[in-house]
Design a protein around this ligand. Structure first.
Ligand code: 6PG
Length: 241
């Protein structure tokens, strides 16, 4: 497994490079299968990317009516809560698209049996196909999606979605839903985005030759069956060997 490391000058350059990767992956997936399944990351880092994707030229380059937008994780808050990932995606991406995507599957963290409910929707969308492109962020504690250090989700072998108790290592301390490694590692292409000095130690642990997933859950991408790239700025990459 070779992991691509791409250091880019700043967050804007990372957003442009990621948008190019997504546009390319979308064209390939639509040509091959008539559909592009994109798993969205939450948090703040991808917001600039989503705003880029919903503006020219990417808004026109991507065949949005053939795109299925899926979520990698969600905070269990109402959809209009400022901490909601689906609120961030709605404002930064969805509302600015000229045409709606083929499918839009936000996670409803408040639904009863929310994890199993979302898994059923995911399986309906994906069938036997893996996600085409998985976007992931990186927490300063080394988490990715909502798989936090020491999380039992790292040992999950069958379920694609699980509920997660409030994390103790990063804010906000609210319950989450997260995709799990059985699905995450099947993505054809994984793009991990990390910016800022606060991610320095976690990025170095994620990319080190040796280390433990329990300490740095982002290391789970090393199990990926697809291509994996980390895009980061100099501040996040400073501790890399
Ligand atoms: C979430 C995210 C999470 C995020 C990292 C990095 O719901 O919080 O999915 O995994 O990607 O915490 O967050 P920032 O991009 O805000 O640094």
């Amino acid at each position: 497994m070779t992991i691509e490391r791409r250091e880019l000058p700043d967050a804007a350059a990372i957003a442009i490079a990621a948008a190019e990767e997504i546009a390319r992956a979308a064209a390939d997936a639509v040509a091959a299968r008539g559909r592009f399944r994109l798993v969205l990351a939450g948090g703040h880092t991808p917001e600039a990317l989503y705003r880029l994707l919903s503006s020219p030229p990417w808004r026109e380059r991507i065949d949005w009516p053939k795109v299925a937008l899926l979520f990698g994780d969600e905070r269990c808050v109402p959809p209009d809560d400022p901490r909601s990932n689906q609120r961030m995606v709605r404002l930064a991406l969805l509302e600015a698209l000229a045409a709606p995507p083929a499918a839009y599957l936000p996670m409803d963290g408040a639904a009863p049996d929310a994890a199993a409910h979302y898994e059923g929707r995911l399986r309906g969308e994906l069938g036997d196909d893996p996600p085409d492109l998985l976007l992931l962020g990186l927490g300063p504690d080394g988490h990715t999606a909502s798989i936090f250090p020491g999380s039992p989700a790292l040992e999950e072998r069958s379920r694609w979605v699980v509920a997660v108790p409030p994390p103790t290592t990063v804010p906000p301390p609210i319950p989450r839903l997260t995709l799990t490694p059985p699905l995450l590692i099947r993505a054809r292409r994984t793009l991990v985005l990390a910016t800022g000095a606060e991610k320095q130690a976690a990025l170095a642990r994620a990319l080190a030759e040796t280390g433990e997933e329990r300490e740095t859950p982002a290391r789970l991408v090393r199990r990926s069956e697809g291509e994996v790239s980390f895009f980061f700025d100099p501040a996040a990459g400073r501790a890399l060997s």
